[in-house]
Structure formats: structure tokens, C-alpha cells
Design a protein around this ligand. Structure first.
Ligand SMILES: Nc1ncnc2c1ncn2[C@@H]1O[C@H](COP(=O)(O)OP(=O)(O)OP(=O)(O)O)[C@@H](O)[C@H]1O
Length: 322
């Protein structure tokens, strides 16, 4: 378990962490999710010991590590741009931490073989980092961080520099890796899809504070406020209430609570159809997400008028009336 209590960090006048308190359970994969500048990296680097907080306490497995150097915290760290040792093979890069700890040769070989298998780089052990793809290089970085059996694995946008397809593959891979090694992992990301996809817990950050902590379902279905609601996925505002676009229902007849709208655009996205709507009463425009089947049944035509209503209103969220 990692505990962060009332941690503050200022850079000059700027408050990067505004008294953050967070518990990270052992064995969890927790994502720190938030917009750029919200303090995610500062919090992660404080846990790592790469930043020293101005106030507050951080413990790892019950030990106060606030004043302890990064080397003594038992952490593995992977950054977006991982600095591999270019002149060393993949095998030697992974073995590095074990060598400087002077582990016996046989143990190093066994551990590195195991890690090469876990990260799927068995066939690449004699290559140099320059001969790897970006995704392979990040997997090597993870193997290197895991080699010394860290108590905690800290990942700062580890897939941030990779293209969307590779990112998606690596997310799935990280999830499986975590299921296998169970090391307490904290992942910084600004990508809500990435957080929802891999994390079992998400802490949503905004302006140096934590807005909400919970499972992906909790946050998506029961967001604590408008910020979490809008950061976790697309929203539409209807009658002053924020809802998810897929919770909007289109109808040709009026039902209580329905709003009259004009169909402005119909965008077919494979199985789903996004229908952009302009309320007749001048409210802000909104998008409904419906299935292709529903769209075909409705036989929607651009410019026609119909009614839209919310079939599900999440949690306690209410947008400011306008
Ligand atoms: N060494 C520093 N000196 C001054 N300001 C800093 C320093 N490090 C971070 N900041 C500022 O603190 C704020 C929080 O930075 P941080 O890197 O924690 O945000 P983040 O949520 O990780 O954002 P990003 O996703 O863009 O990395 C930012 O506004 C940043 O400019």
C-alpha cells in the first residue's frame, strides 16, 4: 500500500499539488488521470522521490519514505522517453540493475530469461535498443524496471510517444503483465480511454487536486462532479443535465422530458451512428449516439425535427443551468 497524505508542492507561486491525499492499495493498477498540468507527474515523481514535497507524508508498505532517496524506495520507473543504454543489448539492459546489485550470474540469467518471456522479447535479447520498435523498447524498459523486484512500479505516460494501434496493444499487454506479476503499479495518463481500459482504480486529477477516486465503472456511472463526468467520456447536456450521448433516445413523438431538436448531421461510425442535434429552443447543440439499427429504423433525414430525451442520468451530476 502506498499512502499519500496532504502532499503539497509549489513551483514558485504555482501550486502543482494542493494537499493531495490518496491511498494506493497493494497489487492494484491505479491510473492518475487528468489534463495536462493537473499535477499527475508531480505526484508520481513525489512517490518516486524524484521531487521532494513542500509538505505532507508518503509511505510505502507502512514505511515513511518522504525523506528517503529514490534508490532506497524499492521502485521501478518507466518514462515516456525511456533512456536505454544504447551500447548494451536488450539482455544486458534488462540485467543492468541486477549486475550493479552484484546478484549471482546464474540468478541473473534465470531472472532475465523469465523477464524476456514475460515482456515477449525472447527472440530479441541480442539486439541493441536502436534495432527495436518503439513498443518493444518500452517493453524492454518495463522488464528493466521489473528486474530488481520493485515494491512499486511507476509509469509516466509509458506509451505516450507511440501510435494509437501500438498503444492499444501495449495497454492490453500491460493489463496481462499486471495480472501475472501483481506489482503495485501507478500509471500516469491524460488519456481517459487508456485509464478506463487498463486500470482497476482511477484517481482523477485537476489543478493539483484529486477530484475522485474509484473503479472505472464508479467514475463513468457515478461521477462526483461535472469535471469527472466530462473528462471520462463524451457528454451531452439536455435540460441542463449532463448525460452520455449513448443514453439519449430519439423519437418522432413527444414524451415527458423530451426536447425538440433539428437533425443537423448524421455521422456513421461503423456500428454506431452519431446524430448531431440542434435544440429548437436555442439550447446548446448536442450529439446522440445510437446504433445503426436504430438509425435505420428511424430513417433519419437531415433537417427534420424530432424529440430527444435521456434514458439514464448518471450519478448526482447536474450541469449548471444556462
Ligand atoms: N520543475 C518545475 N518548475 C516549475 N514548474 C513546474 C515544474 N514541474 C512542473 N511544473 C508545473 O507544474 C504543473 C504540473 O505539472 P505536472 O507535470 O505534474 O502535470 P501533469 O498533469 O503531469 O501534466 P502533463 O500531462 O502535461 O505532463 C504544470 O503546470 C507544470 O508547468
Amino acid at each position: 500500500m502506498i499512502t499519500v497524505s496532504q502532499v503539497r508542492k509549489n513551483y514558485g507561486d504555482f501550486v502543482a499539488l494542493d494537499g493531495v491525499t490518496l491511498d494506493i492499495p497493494s497489487g492494484s493498477l491505479t491510473a492518475l488521470l487528468g489534463p495536462s498540468g493537473s499535477g499527475k507527474s508531480t505526484l508520481l515523481r513525489s512517490i518516486a522521490g524524484l521531487e521532494s514535497p513542500d509538505a505532507g507524508i508518503i509511505t510505502i508498505n507502512g514505511e515513511d519514505v518522504t525523506g528517503i532517496t529514490p534508490q532506497k524506495r524499492g521502485i521501478g520507473f518507466v518514462f515516456q522517453h525511456y533512456a536505454a543504454f544504447k551500447h548494451m543489448t536488450v539482455r544486458d539492459n534488462i540485467a543492468f540493475g541486477l549486475r550493479i546489485r552484484k546478484r549471482p550470474k546464474a540468478e541473473i540469467k534465470e531472472r532475465v530469461d523469465e523477464l524476456l518471456r514475460i515482456v515477449g522479447l525472447d527472440g530479441f535479447q541480442m539486439r541493441y535498443p536502436a534495432q527495436l520498435s518503439g513498443g518493444q523498447r518500452q517493453r524492454m524498459a518495463l522488464a528493466r524496471a521489473l528486474a530488481v523486484d520493485p515494491k512499486v512500479l511507476l509509469l509516466d505516460e509509458p506509451f505516450g510517444a507511440l501510435d494509437a494501434k501500438v498503444r492499444a496493444d501495449l495497454r492490453e499487454w500491460l493489463r496481462r503483465l499486471h495480472d501475472e506479476v501483481h506489482v503495485t503499479t501507478v500509471l500516469v495518463t491524460h488519456d481517459q480511454e487508456e485509464a478506463l481500459d487498463v486500470a482497476d482504480r482511477i484517481a482523477v486529477m485537476n489543478r493539483g487536486n484529486i477530484e475522485q477516486v474509484g473503479s472505472p465503472d464508479d467514475l463513468y456511472e457515478r461521477p462526483a462532479n461535472d469535471f469527472v463526468m466530462s473528462f471520462l467520456g463524451p457528454v451531452a447536456t439536455i435540460n441542463g443535465v449532463m448525460v452520455r450521448p449513448h443514453d439519449l433516445h430519439l423519437d418522432r413523438v413527444h414524451h415527458p422530458g423530451a426536447v425538440e431538436v433539428t437533425v443537423d448531421r448524421i455521422v456513421r461510425l461503423g456500428f454506431e451512428v452519431r446524430v448531431e442535434l440542434v435544440p429548437v429552443n436555442g439550447d446548446q447543440r448536442l450529439s446522440a449516439q445510437i446504433t445503426r439499427g436504430d438509425a435505420d429504423d428511424l430513417n433519419l433525414v437531415r433537417g427534420e425535427q424530432l424529440y430527444v430525451r435521456a434514458t439514464h442520468i448518471p450519478g448526482i451530476v447536474h450541469a449548471a443551468a444556462h
